[in-house]
Design a binder for this molecule. Sequence first.
Ligand code: ADP
Ligand code: ZN
Ligand code: ZN
Length: 748
Amino acid sequence: MSAGPSKFVQVVIASPVRQHFDYLPAEGLNAMDYRVGTRVEVPFGRRNMIGIVIGHSQDSSIPADKLKAIRQQLDTVAIVNEDLLALAEWMSSYYHHPFGDTLLSLLPNQLRKGGSINAYTQCCWKISHHGLGLPDNALSRAPKQAALLSFLRTAELATANTLTTETALKHAGHSRASALELAKKDLVTASEQAYYPSDCQSLLTGQAQDQPPTLNNEQIAAGTLISDRLDSFDTVLLEGITGSGKTEVYLRAIEKVLANDQQVLVLVPEIGLTPQTINRFVNRFDVPIAIFHSGLTDRERLAAWTAAKDGVAGIIIGTRSAVFTPMANAGLIIIDEEHDGSYKQQDSLRYSARDIAIIRARTKNIPVVLGSATPSLETLFNVQTKKYLHATLKERAGSASPPSIEILDIRCKELHEGLSDNAIAAISETLSNGQQAMVFVNRRGFAPLLMCHDCGWHAQCDHCDARLTLHNRPRELRCHHCDHRTHVPSSCVRCQSTRLLNVGQGTQRSADALSALFPQFPVIRIDRDTTQGKQAMGEQVDLINRGEPAILVGTQMLAKGHHFPALNLVIVLDIDQGLYNPDFRGPEKTVQLLTQVAGRAGRTGHAGKVLIQTHLPEHPLLQIWQTESYQGIVEAMLNERSLRSLPPYAHIALIRADSHKPEHAMQFLNSLAMQQTNRVNQNGCQLIGPLAAVMEKRAGRHRAQLMIKSEHRKSLHGEVKQLIHWLDQSKKPSGLRWSIDIDPQDVI
Ligand code: ADP
Ligand code: ZN
Ligand code: ZN
């Protein structure tokens, strides 16, 4: 290595290339003028791209005359701190994702696109030296300017170097025109300054007004477990049945952390970030609260991001990607509903926000709390092996008691639009008692299948191995996998018969049927179709929270996190599909969903009731769950995982490939497997497959996958690295795409 000053700037960009690129400094600048963590605009191929400086070097593997110069420096101070750099490094190596792409994915969109770090700026005014020294009567012919100058002088004399915002200036009765005149005479200076507007959607001001309830003994014990560990890393599972007061325990821990002038990051599932949730925080704490959710503009997200980074926000609440938010002074991380599938990103950089939260807490040496009524098997396993601490809340908070559960055998029973007589009678009774009933249907749309009664033809997506779902309003057939939409034929495509049947129940159909059965009561439907708008979900929830008798119909969106005080009856229309789910996580997901749905019933006062309709009443999962609840079934599920050597007893990675041409993906993974199996086996790993995906064709692409499994994480990662090297190097059929998924959620 040659000695001397660094000549080259190392830059990463969002690209599939797994390395950095060397650039020359722009003319007149030195390499070291580009600080690590700042953004630069660099020429790349025929385009310009935004990159981040990650280091400097004296040598480059590319001859200096082939290197290009940086076009533009976008920041003078680092926007990516060491924390984020280290996190990106960890993620890049754990998820085997290119470092540059990883690092840029951690940033808000506006920064990724090269925008200013300041989301909002406004003009600020300051009196100049010259202005300060101006004799009092110098502006006697311009009284407005004189008044403004005197106003700014008073401000400056009160606090040196003070800036007066244009808003404040106008507030005091001065005009921008006078300020501009003064600026022309060099008596004042103007500058753009960052600020947070008071109506910013992503930064709310907390106003404590709620009277906290007196904690019960279990809550006190759980709270103590957490608050005893506020100054070091630990992972605490807070396992508490729905309505047991977990959120109240979080709020008490947050109170302690805020009192230490530290920040708290709270992660919630995708659909859990309703105004109702946010209000619990806003009404409890007098601190600025930064919010991240999908309804924000890029600018609003950036404002929340900088407020967290600069320590302005005391509490940061957000969904999955909020886990990357930099914090000036983090004290605690909370992950609500830690088992929720939405914490795992399912495309591109396939990370788990829960796992990353734990990594961040460890790096920052602060505690992390995982809360759930139905913790994931991985988390429970970590409790069993003493990696995590465990606090439990077994009682419902306040006066609520757990619901009674009844499995309704619907074999041979007459069904009215999917509902048994017992279910209808129960709804009727609930409504006449002035309470609410909820019908859980796991399909949105009208009917999951359009079928010909004469020849058995059914409507199928042209692009996927999937049936089309019939929707009413607007009436069309839709594919729920690729969003392909098409008109509803009036006769069978194969035999021209007009006897087309709508088979099965979707939320629309159930809602229609319930409206017809109970015309005097409102039917509130909640699914992805009815909650599209920014405010829609919150409005629906508000309507439910009014507590008037009503029927709620919805998909699993209804099952999560909400506290509906007047809801007393829950009906699960059909659980059988879940029980047949072939994925290894199928049983876990189904039981979690059942438990969550059931947990909605009877949350205040009256004992609630849950009716589960099924054709499989003897299914062991249902049997154990009914008598022993979630905790009872966990042992059985863990046993099964252990016997089959599946997570958490083994670790898996999945390589997926897809291609337009049938067979290409399969052949490609086959050649990978053929060449690598021996070495992989020798290193204590196992290759399983390649297999065609259960839905072999999706959105016009044919899909195959190869699983790598090992009991040792280290060997798994070693082998994945080798496989990726092969994948990067090998010649691929045109149009073939592949991806790697570490700790996949679904493997079918
Ligand atoms: P979870 O997060 O476990 O679902 P919450 O914290 O939302 O439970 O509590 C459920 C309901 O019970 C809320 O309305 C909450 O205000 C109330 N609650 C929580 N703890 C107590 C308590 N100790 N005494 C009375 N009410 C409580
Ligand atoms: Zn037909
Ligand atoms: Zn499709």
